[in-house]
Design a protein around this ligand. Structure first.
Ligand SMILES: [Zn+2]
Length: 261
């Protein structure tokens, strides 16, 4: 599914829409409109106006429109952004290989003949006008060590659940979180507030490095642990079987040898 890294690629792709005049919208899928959003409100906010800026907080893409409105785009499990028929990412873990226009849930047509569309087979994403962003935590690209430390010390829940809580850290999903904890040698079930200062520093270092590295390599699925996230998978460091269990409903893999509880 798209995690913060993928949505950052989408944001970069959406920059191609900046300063172009919006001529029309296709918003036939009412289920895809979230909150108070209606086709009429969207048309009023967008048509005849331009996208000024493409921002991102965690997994939420925000398009600021001249006229003071903001369009929020969420991508769920399988959503992608396609600008002028070019996808910001061709490959998406867990999404369909097929590329069917009938999965277009929201289309913005520009007056120059181009378009920006959200293609989402499973339809778990959404479009929301002026979404409330006050509940989102620190963005995964910009979080500081002080902020991470505060997030961890505030709860004795399993550290993985705490890191994936979007109101604490915005943008981490299942793959990134398992990869970071595996690299930092921390058991995902360990209470968040049990880390000492040294371990927190080490976690922060691995956190930043993982995001930076996977963003360069091409996405959340490019981690070292990824190919071993299968039943019977082995720790790439130790060659011993990984443990597999659920935290907060999400399938989790960790190494019983080097990830400390
Ligand atoms: Zn190991």
């Amino acid at each position: 599914m798209p995690e913060g890294i993928e949505v950052e690629y989408y944001r970069q792709g959406a920059e191609a829409s900046i300063s172009r005049v919006i001529e029309s919208l296709v918003v036939d899928d009412l289920y895809y409109l979230k909150g108070e959003t209606t086709p009429n409100k969207l048309r009023k906010a967008l048509i005849g106006n331009k996208v000024l800026q493409a921002r991102r907080i965690g997994k939420l893409l925000l398009l600021d429109i001249d006229g003071e409105d903001t369009v929020g785009l969420r991508f769920g499990m399988t959503g992608r952004i396609i600008v002028d028929n070019k996808a910001a990412i061709e490959y998406l873990e867990f999404s369909s290989d097929r590329n069917d226009p009938k999965w277009d849930r929201f289309i913005v047509n520009f007056d120059d003949g181009g378009s920006m569309r959200i293609r989402d087979p499973r339809r778990l994403g959404g479009v929301e006008l002026n979404p409330d962003v006050s509940q989102l935590g620190h963005d995964l690209f910009s979080i500081t060590i002080e902020e991470l430390s505060q997030v961890l010390s505030g709860s004795s829940r399993p550290i993985k659940a705490r890191l994936m809580d979007q109101s604490m850290v915005a943008g981490l999903g299942n793959l990134l979180t398992d990869e970071i904890l595996w690299r930092a040698s921390i058991d995902p079930r360990r209470p968040a507030d049990s880390l000492d200062e040294k371990t927190t520093r080490s976690l922060y270092k691995h956190f930043k490095k993982t995001i930076e590295e996977l963003a360069t390599l091409g996405g959340s699925h490019m981690g070292t642990l990824q190919d071993h996230r299968i039943s019977g998978g082995f720790c790439p460091k130790h060659g011993i079987p990984l443990e597999r269990y659920k935290i907060g409903g999400r399938t989790t893999y960790s190494c019983p040898e080097h990830q400390k509880r």
